[in-house]
Design a protein around this ligand. Structure first.
Ligand SMILES: Nc1ncnc2c1ncn2[C@@H]1O[C@H](COP(=O)(O)OP(=O)(O)OP(=O)(O)O)[C@@H](O)[C@H]1O
Ligand SMILES: [Mg+2]
Length: 310
């Protein structure tokens, strides 16, 4: 409500307000200068009143120009701010809409299962299992959103430890070997022989690698391959997760890090569309970079660079 009022003020200033402000500025400058002109004309005497008028005009013009520049800068800053506020407002609205939409499904499941129990359904255990699963989903949606927000706000974290990123990647791959096998996806990895030490938080690095691996395996059909590699340059640790899966349409690439975004073709696979948002938030937390190259039907490559020193 307040945002829309502010943007309305912004539009008013941009349209009718600007010419009015300029005119009033010139007029007030002129009026304010009149006493100065009379004082000057009086001091110079009647024979030099032309000179007084010239001096006054130059001063008035310079003042008007300086005010004009200041006003233009002010209007530009206001316009930029109101545009940014409008964008943020749209983002918040979309986020709330998506959160509510995603919370609705597990809440309806809980409600439905409770009704079954209350109605004396003989399979109360199944209903309880449904409730428990729906609660886990609710919790994971809430937790992921809190994590993403905290990463951007940089709150709630103890100082980082010296973590061996290579060991964390190896552990993550070990965890996903069984998932890949079950799906018929070949998972391979290549790690440096030396530890890759980062000043970081273990759980954040685990979330980063885990989500990229989860996606790579999830979006690769049976018979496909997923590879993970870690290397280091003088400044960065570089993680590459590549798959030969379904790929991402060019038009979807800018949206994949948005909370709750899921490409049309992935709607059939489980997920909430929060994994990559969290990955990007973690990368931003460490001041790193993330890049995604993808070809629909051919596969996807995610490259993450995390600075070794911060
Ligand atoms: N490796 C990949 N191959 C193809 N599409 C991908 C890949 N990684 C991400 N995507 C696309 O980006 C979307 C967003 O990914 P993200 O990890 O945020 O969500 P998700 O995997 O669908 O759900 P969640 O991570 O919350 O379980 C995916 O739904 C999918 O459309
Ligand atoms: Mg995911």
């Amino acid at each position: 409500m307040r945002f829309s009022r502010m943007s309305a003020v912004g539009s008013a200033v941009q349209s009718a307000g600007v010419p009015l402000l300029v005119v009033s500025m010139i007029v007030t400058t002129a009026i304010a200068g009149i006493p100065g002109y009379f004082i000057l004309a009086d001091a110079l005497g009647p024979e030099r009143s032309g000179e007084a008028l010239r001096v006054y005009s130059v001063i008035a013009l310079c003042t008007a120009a300086a005010e004009g520049i200041a006003l233009a800068i002010g209007i530009y800053i206001f316009w930029r701010l109101s545009r940014r506020i409008r964008t943020l407002n749209d983002e918040i609205r979309a986020l709330v809409r998506n959160v509510l939409h995603d919370l609705r499904t597990p809440i309806s499941r809980i409600s439905h299962a409770s009704q079954r129990i209350l109605g004396g359904d003989s399979c109360a255990e199944d209903a309880a299992a449904d409730i428990s699963e729906a609660c886990s989903r609710l919790l994971s949606i809430v937790d992921a959103n809190v994590e993403i927000t905290n990463n951007y706000a940089r709150v709630g974290e103890p100082p980082p430890d010296a973590e061996d990123f290579s060991a964390i990647v190896a552990e993550a791959v070990e965890l996903f070997v069984a998932v890949a096998e079950m799906k018929g996806v070949l998972l391979s990895y290549e790690l440096p022989s030396q530890p890759v030490v980062l000043a970081a938080h273990r759980h954040k690095l685990q979330q980063l690698v885990g989500n990229l691996l989860d996606n790579a395996i999830k979006f690769t059909p049976s018979g496909g391959r997923v590879s993970v590699s870690l290397s280091e340059s003088s400044d960065n640790a570089v993680l590459v997760v590549a798959d030969g899966g379904v790929g991402i349409e060019k038009g979807d690439l800018p949206k994949i890090y948005d909370r709750f975004f899921r490409a049309e073709r992935s709607r059939g696979t489980p997920g909430s569309g929060l994994g990559l948002s969290l990955v990007r938030a973690v990368v931003a937390f460490y001041g790193g970079d993330i890049d995604c190259r993808s070809r629909p039907g051919r596969g996807t490559v995610f490259t993450v660079a995390l600075p070794k020193r911060r």
